[in-house]
Design a protein around this ligand. Structure first.
Ligand code: C2E
Ligand code: MG
Ligand code: MG
Ligand code: MG
Length: 273
């Protein structure tokens, strides 16, 4: 009867809720220990220069090797880390580890750039700049090989502070990319005003590039805008040859995606080079 099934629905929802909040609490507790226990790892995904076909840089993407669970992807724990403030410590680990990997790459004679993702909260953390500087120095890394990726969302918050942060980053010699470009709700007027170097075209525009006239138009508009603002462009989420061909034809500088390689552990990345 309706009454019975109504009751079942309520039971179902409360069990679901309990499961998910329990899961969150477990996850939060485990996250706190994960840094100390050395459970994080940076995977690298190559970014290719489309004119030469060679790997010109790589993006560092965090993975959590959780004992008894396996590999956990960032979409599952970064939002929780952001809510709890743990992102500050995790973000510092990422910068430290990326500097270490960069110096190892350079030791191997591989001079490619490495980019790391920053969460909005990290940009507001006043100690971050000093931290970056310190780790570049201790690892004797050439800062021009380090790049920070920020999403558009960060830029709308507090223009003056972001502008100052990015200028200081630039003074260190580190470069800046706008990640997932085209998906934020920010105004385009910030673009020429901020010290940025690259736009990363969001993969939602690349995914259906070939079948969608409107996505093609958006990608072409971003390429034209980047050219006149003298910004580099990286297309994200290139999965098939036809997407690469379209991007090459329209002189998109760089591309990243499963067509070339998934993000892989450091050792595997070195072999791939
Ligand atoms: P993102 O920075 O936009 O990174 C690109 C994501 O797209 C990565 O997912 C990558 O594996 C995936 N990807 C690359 N090529 C393709 C493709 O051809 N097709 C498809 N479908 N996907 C592709 P991942 O590694 O799961 O990371 C997800 C997001 O988590 C990242 O998006 C970034 O926002 C965040 N993230 C990753 N590492 C960090 C980190 O160290 N710190 C912070 N704050 N956020 C991070
Ligand atoms: Mg990114
Ligand atoms: Mg992205
Ligand atoms: Mg993203």
């Amino acid at each position: 009867t309706a009454k019975q099934s109504g009751k079942n629905v309520v039971q179902f929802y409360s069990r679901e809720l309990k499961d998910s909040s329990l899961r969150r609490m477990e996850l939060e507790a485990a996250l706190r220990d994960a840094i100390e226990n050395g459970e994080f790892e940076l995977f690298l995904q190559p970014i290719l220069d489309l004119s030469t076909g060679k790997v010109s840089q790589a993006e560092a993407l965090i993975r959590w090797r959780r004992p008894d669970v396996g590999l956990v992807f960032p979409d599952e724990f970064i939002p929780i880390a952001e809510k709890t403030g743990l992102i500050i410590a995790i973000g510092k680990w990422v910068i430290q580890e990326a500097s270490r990997l960069l110096s190892q790459l350079h030791e191997n004679g591989q001079y490619i750039k490495l980019s790391v993702n920053l969460s909005p909260a990290q940009v507001s953390d006043r100690s971050l700049l000093h931290f970056i500087k310190e780790h570049i120095e201790t690892n004797e890394v050439d800062p021009t090989y380090l790049e920070l990726e920020l999403t558009e969302g960060v830029l709308v918050n507090d223009f003056e502070r972001i502008n100052h942060f990015l200028s200081e980053v630039r003074k260190l010699g580190v470069s800046v990319a706008i990640d997932d470009f085209g998906t934020g709700y920010s105004s385009l007027s910030y673009l020429p005003k901020l010290p940025i170097d690259f736009l990363k075209i969001d993969r939602s525009f690349i995914g259906e590039l070939i079948d969608s006239e409107s996505n093609k138009a958006i990608v072409l508009a971003i390429l034209a805008m980047a050219e006149s603002l003298k910004l580099g462009v990286i297309a994200e989420g290139v999965e098939v040859e036809s997407q690469k061909a379209f991007l090459s034809k329209h002189r998109c500088q760089s591309a990243q995606g499963y067509l070339f390689s998934r993000p892989v552990p450091f050792d595997e990345f070195c072999k791939l080079l």
